[in-house]
Design a protein around this ligand. Sequence first.
Ligand code: PEP
Ligand code: MG
Length: 755
Amino acid sequence: MRGPPAGPRVLLRRLREIMAEPISAQERLNKIVTQIAANMVAEVCSAYVLRSDGVLELYATEGLKAESVHRAQLRVGQGLVGTIAEEARPLNLPDAQSHPAFQYLPETGEEQYSAFLGVPILRAGRTLGVLVVQNRTHRTYYDEEVEALQTTAMVLAEMLAVGELERLAPPGTQIDLKRPLTVAGVSLGEGVGLGHVVLHEPRVVITALIGEDAEAESARLDAAIASLRLFVDDMLSRDDIGESGEHRDVLEAYRMFANDRGWARRMHEAIRNGLSAEAAVEKVQSDTRARLQRQIDPFLRDRLHDFDDLANRLLRVLMNKPHGLSGDELPRDAILVARNMGAAELLDYDRERIRGLVLEEGGPTSHVTIVARALGIASVGRAGNIVSLVENGDAIIVDGIGGEVHIRPPADVESAYAEKVRFRAKRQEQYRLLRDRPAVTRDGHRVSLLMNAGLLVDLPHLVEAGAEGIGLFRTELQFMIAARMPKLREQQALYGSVLDAAGDRPVTFRTLDIGGDKVLPYFRTAEEENPAMGWRAIRLGLDRPGLLRMQIRALLQAAAGRELRIMLPMVTDLDEIRQTRGLIDRDLAHLRRHGYEAPARVLVGAMVEVPALLFDLDGLVREVDFLSVGSNDLLQFMTATDRGNMRVASRFDALSRPFLRALRQIVRKAESVGMPVTLCGEMAGNPIAAMALIALGYRSLSMSAAAIGPVKAMTHALPAAKLATALDTILDDGSQEGTVRAMLTAFAEAEGVPL
Ligand code: PEP
Ligand code: MG
């Protein structure tokens, strides 16, 4: 038997020449298959391209009948070619016709061929087509030949990626790579964004696929791997990482991959076959991706991300490219696409140019999501595999309402969404007109609409949205986006800026609500089985008074000469309020003793979000100056449904009899003693829920800035007293048919209340 033929290096060199020739795409492809057949001493070489309808179409052949080009077709999973595409693995067969999947296509005349070698054409782990060589004789192809054909397939993948083969698609067909796709995820932030993909960690475009000098390329690869290992070690030794925890586990996995000998060996092998160091990294990564993507083990599939990150970093080291786009490089309609992103990384981008955010991970309560929502960026999370489905610059639509992403959308989908965006913009314009008008119901009840905030970037919204103040300032956000614990003066600076921006408008600062799902990377606490009901918020604050006292001091100093409203989260027992008041009083005395100006007035309030307080309302109103209902947590605890668990989070409706009765009880108690009460959970910003709250008697609601316009428009049209009567009836008479929500919807429709 003869040895492996001419060798892949010669072939790759020839291919490079063919790629540079000024000929048509079809001619180029024809020359490529002819060249491969000659180089591998095969009678046949054929290239199949995957179409958007799941059909593999013969695009070029040497050896099969010429008239079968663009005619011979196989579905994915059908025949040998379809099997290779489906499994994304090579098939190396001495006698093709005895394979159970073999399917004879009469138009090709392939019955005379026995030996068969086919490899998938892969890009970023996606199958774009199949490349096949065949011989008349029985033979098994050498491993080197398999490797060489895979390397060649990569060159074809590049041709596909740059769009050269698109023009060859017969009328009415489309190649799969450019197929419009819809990816379902979960809605993270309201709104719709149309624009173009900006990969947060862009794949590096490799221009030099073929390496001239294998030794030099190997040396470059070794140097790059060494620098990558140093980088990972360096990351692990940073003191803000902590000794244990998820973050560290991920980095340890990185270290393991970075030192994986198999990985390095496979890359060196690809270089020996003629690839440049960069192309070798990409090839091995693409193979690994294709293999791991088909894994059912979720642990292994997750590790794929780490591996991707690492390969990407290695490419950047090799090509000397820093990551990310900045300044003018960033398109004006950027849709950021990432596996995941830190909140601070999002803030690094120019907000004016960001139209949307799509994450493969990212749940509704992750930090980056909270920030994206605060910035009003349309966002979708859990968009499976999105990073490998898009290329930088692809057209994309983020539907943050439906929780969907449309990649390379067809024109009609795009115009439908553009219409939606125009409609929303028009509505926003109408809301702007309402901005300086107070929220008064149709029958004359004045309602105060406040906004929720937590970052400096929120402050301009105060004026833009016409909020009457900040009903909930989530102080933990500053802590969540920081790499280390914010210092006293940093906290004080933020609180001072908030008070300055608010001017005469009231601001309610909530003390740190950390713990539970709001973890600080630099503040490790022990693992808890039920973190939402664990060591969090005021519990943690009182057990670690150093942290709480530092915050109280920052607040007292920032509010010098002004009114300060402090609110305590997760209060369960009245003694927690007494203890905190004790801390505040001690610090006030300390300030005065040291000659600092104290706030003009300090008001202390409590969040009502733990059901136990409902049974101690008489005592509660004696302890505080104001109340605020945290309906997110109150609903979570009353219905025993984890608000962060997507399977159950929306199972029970807040607009239900038991919950609305509880909310009514709180507002009635507050009213009876003249105590101010606000509701600051998500439902306050939802027009139909806000309508019910006003009918229950709430006259102060705090919501995201974007919700103020729609809630105000609803308020103006609402006959509050009439709804109050109807709502009381349905709440008091348990025998009434139908849901409260249905009653509210019908009421709004009958009264012309816009929801
Ligand atoms: C709530 O629980 O309703 C609330 C406003 O607080 P958070 O969402 O920050 O827990
Ligand atoms: Mg809460």
